[in-house]
Design a protein around this ligand. Structure first.
Ligand SMILES: Cc1cc2nc3c(=O)[nH]c(=O)nc-3n(C[C@H](O)[C@H](O)[C@H](O)COP(=O)(O)OP(=O)(O)OC[C@H]3O[C@@H](n4cnc5c(N)ncnc54)[C@H](O)[C@@H]3O)c2cc1C
Length: 415
């Protein structure tokens, strides 16, 4: 089988790249070791985060650094071996989180976020997936007046960039979510983001759209990638047949750099792992909104499979042994707040956010390897940014003008 392009990885990012490349007239094979949308893009919080105009920086205040070092926080945990091995990229992340540098990075980042809803809405409609949208918006809840008012300033700054919100008092919160078991000082209700009931189903709907429009979804191991000729790449599929492509796109999420390293490209990616668990609704009491308990650092989402609790970041090697104590600790806190009933999954789910020290995704041509392209490193917002990444990468690969400046996301910055 010969194609113009082989896309490796069928998460939100790879599927979106495959769709957009095909729409520019290329024949595309999408290869994954599993069916589409079963890894990181499956287990996230399902928010298309139009409000996320700044990427997640590393907090630099002393209180955070000391409590973080003690490894007892709910929002951040670490494996010591990973932190020692990743000291270079993590130090760079710390440096780039300085306010001035973070503001510069955010100016670039928000050009992507600005197209996130539009690029998803178009695909959702074409994929006939409207029933997966639970609604618009979510709540960021605060326990203390101090943190609430600090966050109001952030929300006001984002409003100047066109992000809408409502400021909720304690009484407004109780009205919006009458079954919370404790009082909150107040909240920001973001009104633009899309809340998706089953993120993995959305990736699968996009993959079906890709197939309907003529694309091929194939099972195979990306590690079998070889260069046959200067203009031909080859992958061996699970059934031992092969597929060839003139170009290849590496979109393997947190596993991407394992493959690019073999071809001499070694960007400093690190994983922030996260866990989730679904719960029954206690006494059938509903939760109306996606909710972040901001000062604790976990999210509860009323998804199709139940109330999904997702955790913050665990700095660890992507495939290291699971240590879901962060989930157990978040669950204990969440049980005092939300109507969580019994656990519904046999085991906690785990995924890994693919993160770069400068907090920006990496997409474009890989330097030094003709015909090798990539799209990975979307960190906390890969579910949000998959479709816009696909749109921009497809324009670049076909010699068209991308709608926004793509230079800040170029792989060349790590060459
Ligand atoms: C707890 C949690 C909550 C989150 N919440 C949100 C949110 O609300 N909104 C948001 O925008 N983002 C969120 N994120 C981040 C988001 O989920 C990721 O950024 C995004 O899913 C990354 O997509 P991807 O396509 O790059 O990677 P993935 O979805 O991981 O896809 C990579 C694909 O590569 C395949 N693959 C890997 N190795 C091989 C191989 N050797 N051969 C073949 N195939 C291979 C995998 O099977 C997989 O399908 C969250 C993440 C976590 C962990």
């Amino acid at each position: 089988m010969k194609h113009d392009v082989i896309v490796l990885g069928a998460g939100m990012v790879g599927v979106s790249c495959a769709l957009h490349l095909q729409r520019r007239g290329l024949s595309v094979a999408l290869v994954d070791r599993r069916a589409p949308g079963l890894e990181t893009s499956f287990g996230n919080s399902g928010l298309v985060q139009f409000e996320a105009t700044e990427p997640y920086e590393l907090p630099r205040d002393l209180g955070f650094l000391i409590s973080g070092a003690m490894n007892r926080r709910i929002d951040v945990r670490y494996h010591l071996d990973a932190v020692l091995q990743l000291a270079g990229p993590l130090f760079s992340y710390f440096v780039q989180s300085a306010p001035k540098r973070h503001a510069e990075i955010s100016r670039e980042y928000k050009t992507l976020i600005a197209r996130s809803i539009e690029t998803h809405a178009e695909l959702i409609e074409q994929a006939d997936a409207e029933e997966l949208i639970a609604g618009k918006g979510y709540l960021t809840l605060f326990r203390t007046e101090r943190e609430l008012h600090k966050f109001f300033e952030k929300a006001d700054a984002r409003a100047k960039l066109g992000v809408s919100h409502l400021k909720l008092t304690a009484a407004d919160v109780a009205k919006a979510e009458p079954h919370l078991k404790r009082e909150f000082a107040g909240a920001i209700q973001w009104t633009d983001p899309l809340a998706i009931k089953s993120p993995g189903d959305l990736v699968q709907a996009y993959a079906r759209l890709f197939e309907k429009e003529g694309g091929q979804v194939l099972l195979g191991d990306a590690k079998s990638l070889t260069r046959l000729r200067p203009d031909a790449w080859r992958i061996t599929l699970n059934d031992r047949s092969t597929v060839e492509g003139e170009k290849v796109v590496i979109a393997l999420g947190p596993w991407s750099t394992e493959l690019t390293s073999r071809f001499g490209y070694r960007p400093p990616m690190f994983a922030k792992r996260g866990y989730h668990m679904h719960y029954a609704r206690q006494d059938d009491r509903p939760l109306n909104n996606w909710v972040i308990d901001a000062e604790m650092g976990y999210v509860v989402c009323p998804m199709k499979a139940g109330l999904r609790l997702t955790t913050g970041a665990e700095l660890a090697h992507v495939d290291a042994t699971r240590t879901p104590s962060q989930l157990a600790n978040a669950e204990a806190i969440a049980r005092d707040v939300f109507p969580l009933g019994d656990r519904l999954d046999a085991e906690p789910w785990m995924g890994a956010r693919p993160c770069m020290p400068d907090m920006k995704p990496v997409f474009g041509r890989i330097p030094g390897q003709d015909g090798m392209w990539c799209a990975f490193g979307h960190g906390h917002q890969g579910f949000t940014l998959g479709p816009v990444t696909g749109e921009l990468l497809a324009a670049q690969m076909t010699g068209a003008n991308p709608r926004i400046d793509v230079a800040p996301f170029s792989p060349a910055r790590f060459a």
